[in-house]
Design a binder for this molecule. Structure first.
Ligand SMILES: CC(C)(COP(=O)(O)OP(=O)(O)OC[C@H]1O[C@@H](n2cnc3c(N)ncnc32)[C@H](O)[C@@H]1OP(=O)(O)O)[C@@H](O)C(=O)NCCC(=O)NCCS
Length: 308
């Protein structure tokens, strides 16, 4: 859905959206943009958090050469589950043939990095294989009448397979944090769309996520100059650049899909990873810095040596 299509819903322009956020288009699983109220429940025949999660996970499992039956745990990071009960990870597990554990994880837009750290923890505790999926149907949580933030969001899913292995690939450092007193700057109640104080979120996100990245790099004993690929949560291109600037990471190292995806919440970091692989920008042995932040406010950073 290109920016131009949003002009049928509210007063805006492609130029304004692109300049303020770097976004030119977003993908919507929930069909054509006709809703003036967010469709709260999945609609038959349209995409859901589970269908997108299964598509992404099937591809990741295929690339890793792993069968669903070999997965000890699937984590679905999402804040837009398809039902209140059960977790979206249950139908996802059923469709992938997974009989190991399954759980949903809601840390808002920091969900994927929380999921990777949780998955790595399970591997350290003895699991052989953990599937981490980030999937969100943000179009169901968006207030399509609110021009101050509706243009930011999109739908998507991405996945990684974590395996116990003697190879060099591993999590070198991590950090998680929360400031629960900031919950009111970005929230959505049951059955209604998101409410956001954009400038406050912008300012807090840059400060908190940059500090978290610094802590994770210190723990990993690596310098900003060692980072081959910086994969921040794709919230706004200006936030991503401001973070790279604060951290001293060259802007050419930023992985970005926001131009065509918008903010897909938990899906944004794995989407940017997948795009980087497709673009031949991510190689075995590279140091990857993944930085998630979101409503809560939550934040979470991972320093990973990529590979098998
Ligand atoms: C939302 C965001 C892009 C807005 O950019 P901004 O530079 O802060 O813009 P402002 O809110 O100051 O709005 C500037 C003007 O544009 C107007 N405007 C708002 N939305 C608009 C739209 N869609 N089209 C055109 N104009 C718009 C405002 O009304 C305001 O007009 P005014 O100056 O006459 O009052 C920015 O604040 C942001 O990205 N924040 C972080 C959001 C985020 O990342 N959330 C998810 C975190 S996980």
């Amino acid at each position: 859905v290109p920016n131009e299509e949003l002009t049928s819903l509210f007063d805006t322009s492609d130029e304004w959206i692109a300049e303020r956020s770097g976004i030119r288009a977003r993908r919507l699983a929930t069909g054509p943009l006709v809703a003036t109220q967010p469709p709260v429940h999945p609609v038959d025949g349209l995409g859901t958090t589970a269908t997108m999660a299964v598509t992404a996970a099937s591809e990741a499992l295929g690339r890793a050469g792993v069968r669903g039956a070999d997965v000890d745990l699937v984590i679905v990071a999402t804040m837009t589950p398809d039902q209140v009960i059960p977790g979206t990870s249950s139908p996802v597990a059923a469709q992938l043939g997974i009989r190991g554990g399954a759980m949903d994880l809601n840390a808002a837009c920091a969900g994927f990095t929380y999921g990777v750290i949780t998955g790595a923890g399970f591997i350290h505790a003895g699991a052989d294989c953990v599937l981490v999926i980030g999937a969100d149907t943000m179009s169901r949580a968006t207030n399509w009448e609110d021009r101050t933030n509706a243009f930011l969001f999109g739908d998507g899913a991405g996945a990684v397979v974590l395996e116990a292995s003697p190879g060099q690939s591993s999590m070198l450092g991590w950090d998680v944090g929360v400031d629960g007193s900031l919950a009111e700057i970005l929230y959505a109640d049951h059955g209604s769309g998101m409410v956001m104080k954009g400038q406050e979120v912008f300012r807090r996100a840059v400060l908190a996520a940059s500090e978290s990245a610094r802590v994770a790099m210190d723990r990993a004993k690596v310098e900003p100059g060692d980072i081959a690929l910086f994969v921040p949560h794709q919230a706004n291109l200006r936030i991503m650049r401001a973070m790279a600037d604060r951290l001293g990471i060259d802007a050419t190292r930023i992985a970005s899909v926001i131009e065509w995806s918008g903010n897909t919440s938990s899906a944004s970091i794995p989407l940017a990873l997948a795009q980087s692989i497709a673009d031949d920008r991510l190689h075995d042995g590279d140091l990857v810095l993944m930085a998630g932040f979101g409503s809560g406010m939550t934040w979470s950073t991972v320093v990973w040596r990529w590979g098998r």
